[in-house]
Design a protein around this ligand. Structure first.
Ligand code: NAP
Ligand code: ZN
Length: 351
């Protein structure tokens, strides 16, 4: 297969800082869209994977899966994109397209295994896919998304992973008027969950370990915000919450939050702590509660989320950095020192 060499930022090992490298992109197939990447968000999952925290990472890794860019070329069969238009790519760039999950627009659960935009077996080039910390991306039209024109592109980039990851469970568990929705952890995912849950009409209660985020959570739209290390404050919410989205990236006690649920309520884990979490029997048998999880969202739902955010003018609060500062940004993300998403201005890769 014909390929093109482009510049990227990646690493060969968990302990090696990201640095400039060359990668291959495939030449256009009839259904492919090629884009110049303008912005790429930095998700905590990029950090988990670069550091091989889940095990099984295949190096070199070029991370980045919150990608917005400008279409440069399209294959002969492409119908929905033209050169010059803006487009976006999130976590998913391919799937089998024929299993029951793909047919139900749940490509993230594809029977044959979904192809993620980075560090996933590459069906075309062999090896693994390279993500958005690069000059260009080439993907099948079906997996390329439209960004509503009203949204600022840099602050829209985080919607491609953080946005859909919280939109999908908020919709599935029916966030809306009359529902008390909890959000644990105010980082990239959590701060977008506040905005989206509010736009859906829910009453939003934030649980944060950072006292300095309490007022900020309210500015972002939360009705109430609680310091989760204060047992007295937490007690007021016992048996009050309809459901709670848990975005915490490290090991923590989920029983504390299960106890805040009403009967039939659920704590929905979207965070990916590498260690196992313990659920005590009485945390869930009492009140028929559930401990559940959710993983990104399918392509149709990701487009629906982008349209919803366009209608409600929802984007992330971002700190835009050049790619040369990505290692520093990873260190700060690990310490929770970002309000609330780093986004790389990919023009800096040309420097
Ligand atoms: P992030 O920006 O680092 O936010 C995580 C937040 O969790 C922090 O801001 C902090 O909030 C809280 N936190 C961190 N360490 C904690 C600890 N030890 N104890 C308690 N709270 C802690 O990360 P993100 O990009 O939003 O991602 C969050 C998690 O979701 C990551 O594990 C990521 O890999 C995962 N993720 C999953 C999916 C999926 O499809 N399921 C998709 C994307 C990301 P406070 O300061 O408010 O306490
Ligand atoms: Zn992500």
């Amino acid at each position: 297969m014909n390929t093109k060499i482009v510049k990227a930022f990646g690493t060969e090992a968990a302990h090696v800082p990201l640095h400039l490298m060359n990668i291959k992109r495939r030449e256009l197939l009839p259904h492919d869209v090629e884009m110049d990447i303008l912005y790429c968000g930095i998700c905590h999952s990029d950090l988990h994977q670069v550091r091989n925290e889940f095990g099984g990472a295949t190096y070199p890794i070029v991370p980045g899966h919150e990608i917005v860019g400008k279409v440069t070329r399209v294959g002969g069969q492409v119908k929905t994109f033209k050169p010059g238009e803006m487009a976006a790519i999130g976590c998913i760039v391919d799937s089998c397209g024929k299993c029951e999950y793909c047919e139900d627009d749940l490509e993230q659960f594809c029977d044959e295994g979904v192809t993620f935009s980075f560090n996933s077996p590459d069906k075309h080039l062999g090896g693994t896919t390279s993500g958005g910390f690069s000059e260009t991306y080439v993907a099948k039209e079906k997996y390329v998304l439209q960004v509503p024109k009203i949204l600022d592109l840099a602050s829209a980039a985080p919607l491609l992973c953080a946005g859909i990851t919280v939109y999908s469970p908020l919709k599935h568990w029916q966030a809306g008027p009359g529902k008390k929705v909890g959000i644990i952890g105010i980082g990239g995912l959590g701060h977008l969950a506040i905005k989206i849950a509010k736009a859906m009409g829910a009453h939003v209660v934030v649980f944060t370990t950072s006292p300095s985020k309490v007022e900020d959570a309210k500015r972002l739209g939360a009705d109430e915000a609680v310091v989760s290390t204060d047992a007295e404050q937490l007690k007021q919410y016992n048996r009050k919450m309809h459901f709670i989205i848990d975005t915490v990236s490290a090991k923590h006690d989920v029983n504390t939050y299960l106890n805040l649920l009403r009967h039939d309520g659920a704590v929905v884990l979207v965070g990916l702590p590498p260690e196992a979490l313990e659920v005590r029997a009485f945390s869930i048998v009492t009140g028929r509660r559930s401990f559940s999880g959710s993983n990104i969202g399918g392509i149709a739902e990701t487009q629906e989320m982008l349209n919803f955010c366009g209608e409600h003018n929802i984007t992330a609060e971002v700190e835009v950095i050049p790619i040369q500062q990505v290692n520093e940004a990873f260190k700060r993300l690990l310490k929770g020192d970002v309000r609330y998403r780093f986004v790389v201005d990919m023009a800096s890769l040309k420097n």
